[in-house]
Write a protein that binds this ligand. Structure first.
Ligand code: NAP
Length: 473
């Protein structure tokens, strides 16, 4: 795919543009057109018309088009991965992994399109038939983040399109190219141009129009809790259905009876994927006192294998952070922890490569009064807390307003169930650090959000239940 040949998307000389740069090199990749408020109103009107027609198509037709879209993503996976690495910075192998992950939602919901069923209920009188049918909610909007530039989009558009909705996507300003690439492939797959539209521009302007619009019946947002709360409030006036996939502060608990080697593998996968810039990444690592010293040493050794560099270079598994603000935040978290008594075991500074590269960092003797315990760091910083008892670990893990993902390692099968039930989180990984896939319901509780994406529950987020009461007398 040669996205850069599409001059209708990338306007080098236009005034109203967003500059897209490569965080690994600072090279300017493209200038993307900003959508203004008047244009967005027109896009919404067209989507309203197109959605009505799309909803009339047979589920089988929508499913076939989604399968064609899926096939096109796979055919173009190498180019899509390269676009992603260039605009986002993650290593090429991870980008390829994300493209396959993104495609998996399209395939999953292509099948789900044909599984939507209503119900017939036992009625109160002989003359009545009581039924429930499911219908697409209408025109939807999505606002997505930069850390997973493709998967966070397909997780929303695939169920929306499968159910017969139209969906307008405002991608993150740092990563619009991956979004436009998906839009082009969807068109090529035969999905009508007005039912899936990517827009970009000033996030306040775009979100004001989307949230105020009566025509938009649902907003699905993935991003920070702060922005999620603002959008929640903005949507109140038009009582929209909402899905909110927000920030996390994942605890990762390793008990004395864990398989330590597997736990270290789990921490590496959970903590350092995407250079620590994932909403489900281990933010607080709790090690029980019996294995504490051993875990710190083993993790330190393992972290020596991490290779920081440009994501396009072979062997790189830690790319740059997304921007300078991300570097400042991790520096602040490290300085705060060290000043309050934590010990630095490795890393701790900006990487010698310069730019926004940061050294994978390990600190131990971390305590609950430090910033790292309360805030999502979103960087390659592994802070280790010591605990004595199971109760203490559960209490510490739950002591946060977030509730997205949690992990723990233990070989005691009774403890596996007990701890899993006690953790106040939407998702729990037991003896694994990798939990995301299209089959599973992804989502959080508390300040981490509302609703579930993927799985058999995902399509319901884009449908309304209508009750029919048929009187036969
Ligand atoms: P963010 O600042 O909240 O931005 C996310 C999206 O919201 C972007 O498209 C951004 O547009 C837009 N936005 C920013 N300010 C806005 C405003 N005032 N009004 C309307 N839209 C606005 O988050 P981020 O830094 O991109 O992403 C990282 C966060 O996302 C982390 O907290 C992470 O945990 C969370 N996340 C959650 C999940 C999940 O599934 N729960 C998955 C991935 C990430 P611009 O780019 O144009 O500013």
């Amino acid at each position: 795919m040669d996205l850069f040949a599409h001059k209708d998307i990338l306007h080098v000389e236009a005034e109203q543009t967003i500059k897209v740069t490569n965080p690994a090199t600072n090279e300017i990749l493209a200038y993307v057109r900003k959508t203004n408020a008047a244009e967005l109103e027109t896009i919404i009107k067209k989507a309203q018309i197109a959605q009505k027609q799309w909803a009339q198509t047979l589920a089988e037709e929508r499913s076939d088009k989604l399968m064609r879209f899926y096939a096109l993503i796979l055919e173009n996976k190498e180019s899509l991965a390269e676009i992603m690495t260039k605009e986002q910075g993650k290593p090429l192998a991870e980008s390829l992994g994300e493209i396959l992950y993104a495609a998996s939602f399209v395939k999953w919901f292509a099948a789900e399109a044909r599984q939507v069923c209503g119900d017939i209920m036992e009625s109160k009188t002989k003359a009545q038939k009581i039924m429930a049918i499911k219908q697409p909610i209408g025109v939807c909007a999505a606002i997505t983040p930069w850390n997973f530039p493709s998967a966070m989009i397909t997780r929303k558009i695939a169920p929306a399109l499968a159910s017969g909705c139209a969906i307008l996507v405002k991608s993150a300003s740092q990563t619009p190219l991956s979004a436009y690439a998906l839009e082009l492939l969807a068109k090529e797959a035969g999905i009508p141009k007005d039912v899936f539209v990517v827009v970009n521009g000033d996030s306040n302007v775009i979100s004001d129009v989307l949230c105020r619009s009566e025509a938009i019946r649902k907003l699905s947002f993935t991003g920070s809790t702060k922005v999620g709360a603002q959008l929640y409030a903005k949507c109140a006036r038009t009582i929209k259905k909402l899905s909110m996939e927000l920030g996390g502060n994942a605890p990762f608990i390793v008990f004395d009876d864990a398989n330590l080697e597997e736990a270290i593998e789990g921490i590496m996968a959970s903590k350092f994927r995407n250079s620590g810039q994932t909403c489900v990444c281990a933010n607080r690592i709790y090690a029980q006192s019996g294995i504490y010293a051993q875990l710190c040493e083993a993790l330190k050794q393992k972290m020596q294998t991490l290779k920081v560099g440009n994501g396009l270079d072979k062997g790189t598994n830690q790319g740059p952070l997304i921007n300078q603000a991300a570097v400042e935040k991790v520096k602040e978290h490290i300085a705060d922890a060290l000043q309050k008594g934590a010990k630095l075991l490795s890393g701790g500074r900006e990487h010698s490569l310069g730019g926004t590269y940061f050294e994978p960092t390990l600190i131990c003797d971390v305590r609950a009064d430090m910033l790292v315990a309360r805030e999502e760091t979103f960087a390659p910083l592994a802070p280790i807390f010591r605990f004595e008892s199971e109760e203490e670990a559960i209490e510490a893990a739950n002591n946060t307003e977030f509730g997205l993902a949690a992990y723990f390692f233990t070989q005691d099968y009774k403890r596996q169930w007990r701890v899993a039930e006690s953790l106040e989180y939407g998702m729990v990984g037991i003896n694994t650090g990798l939990i995301s896939n299209e089959v599973a319901p992804f989502g959080g509780i508390k300040h981490s959000g509302l609703g579930r994406e993927g799985s058999k529950y995902g399509i319901d987020e884009y449908m309304e239940i209508k009750y029919l009461c048929l009187n036969l007398q």
